[in-house]
Ligand binder design. Structure first.
Ligand SMILES: NC(=O)c1ccc[n+]([C@@H]2O[C@H](COP(=O)([O-])OP(=O)(O)OC[C@H]3O[C@@H](n4cnc5c(N)ncnc54)[C@H](OP(=O)(O)O)[C@@H]3O)[C@@H](O)[C@H]2O)c1
Length: 310
């Protein structure tokens, strides 16, 4: 399988990727669309003419976007609560051209569980999105829709431990749990490709790069300093490899809405290009996806586990 390339450089913004693309009549659902990269994704999709629904824990948080764009609305969604996912699905009507699984939490300092006993990063980043995509399968199939999962370079740091998903038999580590959840969302795109291709649904995953957002809310000063994102006085720094939020949302809208990606499925992108598959555990860098995050057998097993979780 040859690597998929696009004309867009790493520095392209979401608006540049959709320049000249008319999304009038198209409908998208963006989780976590009220802040950070999700908000930039909503802006770019709506700016190209699409009707966009923001799914957020606090629908009032999307007010800036819903006021500015008449075709943007907001619905309540807590990905860690299956009843909330079911409620969104029950209220959804009509075809869905794109589900953007963007919401996420990173590096929760302690092991936290949902009421269903799922580790909170895996529940939020993976399971909730899997349940949402499954609930919206009919709406996606009706539009030949795309599912876009927002992963992270962290997938290189850890795969999915099918024998201990919830950290019951191994010590909890904030980054190992984040890495597992971000490998899992790549595997979700692989699973959708394997199970729903005949329904006309495609799915791809991506890493947005490094961008200052609220995602770092659980990181302490020492970690931010070690990442080069904070100086000795605790002031935010922007290292040269960091992107703006508008650049950070570019690969998301490329996968979700660009005509260039029509029919492409089961792949992982970064900096607007398909990434290279490398052995899991390779030192983090851009343009690489771990073999454990695209393994078909793991994708199938995780698919079954998510299905059985209800
Ligand atoms: N920024 C980066 O450098 C970077 C790098 C790699 C990957 N990513 C990925 O990019 C995606 C977007 O993150 P961001 O950087 O834009 O950070 P962000 O501003 O913190 O956005 C994350 C969004 O997820 C939502 N969310 C969290 N828990 C939720 C839940 N239980 N149910 C529903 N929504 C929930 C948050 O909503 P609330 O406001 O309600 O908390 C927020 O809107 C994430 O998946 C992240 O892992 C970001």
């Amino acid at each position: 399988m040859s690597s998929f390339t696009t004309p867009f450089p790493a520095s392209a913004t979401a608006a540049e990727v959709l320049d000249g693309v008319d999304l009038t009549g198209r409908r998208y659902l963006v989780t976590g669309g009220a802040s950070g990269l999700g908000a930039e994704t909503v802006r770019a999709l709506a700016g190209a003419g699409a009707r966009v629904t923001i799914a957020t824990r606090d629908p009032a948080a999307g007010a800036e976007l819903t006021t500015r764009f008449p075709a943007v609305d907001s619905v309540a969604l807590d990905l860690a609560d299956p009843a909330s996912v079911r409620a969104l699905v029950a209220g959804w009507t009509g075809p869905l051209d794109g589900l953007v699984a963007n919401a996420g939490v990173m590096a929760l300092p302690t092991r936290r569980l949902t009421a269903q006993g799922w580790e909170l990063q895996l529940a939020t980043n993976f399971l909730g999105h899997s349940q949402l995509a499954t609930g919206l399968h009919g709406a996606l199939a009706a539009a030949g829709g795309r599912v876009t999962t927002v992963s992270s370079g962290a997938q290189l740091m850890g795969g999915v431990d099918l024998d201990d998903l919830q950290f019951e038999r191994r010590p909890y580590d904030p980054w190992t749990a984040y890495a597992q959840s971000k490998s899992a969302v790549v595997l979700l795109a692989v699973g959708i490709t394997r199970h729903w291709a005949a329904d006309g649904i495609t799915a791809n995953a991506l890493a947005p790069g490094w961008i200052h957002t609220n995602l770092a809310r659980h990181l302490d000063t020492a970690t931010m300093q070690a990442m080069g994102a904070m100086d000795a006085e605790g002031r935010l720094l922007t290292p040269p490899h960091y992107k703006t939020p508008a650049q950070g949302a570019a690969t998301t809208v490329l996968l979700a809405a660009s005509p260039l990606l029509a029919g492409v499925s089961g792949r992982y992108f970064e900096d607007n290009q398909e990434a290279e598959v490398v052995p899991g555990g390779t030192a983090p860098g851009s343009g690489m996806v771990a073999d454990w995050a695209v393994d078909p057998g793991t994708a199938d097993r995780l698919w079954e586990i998510a299905r059985d979780a209800g």
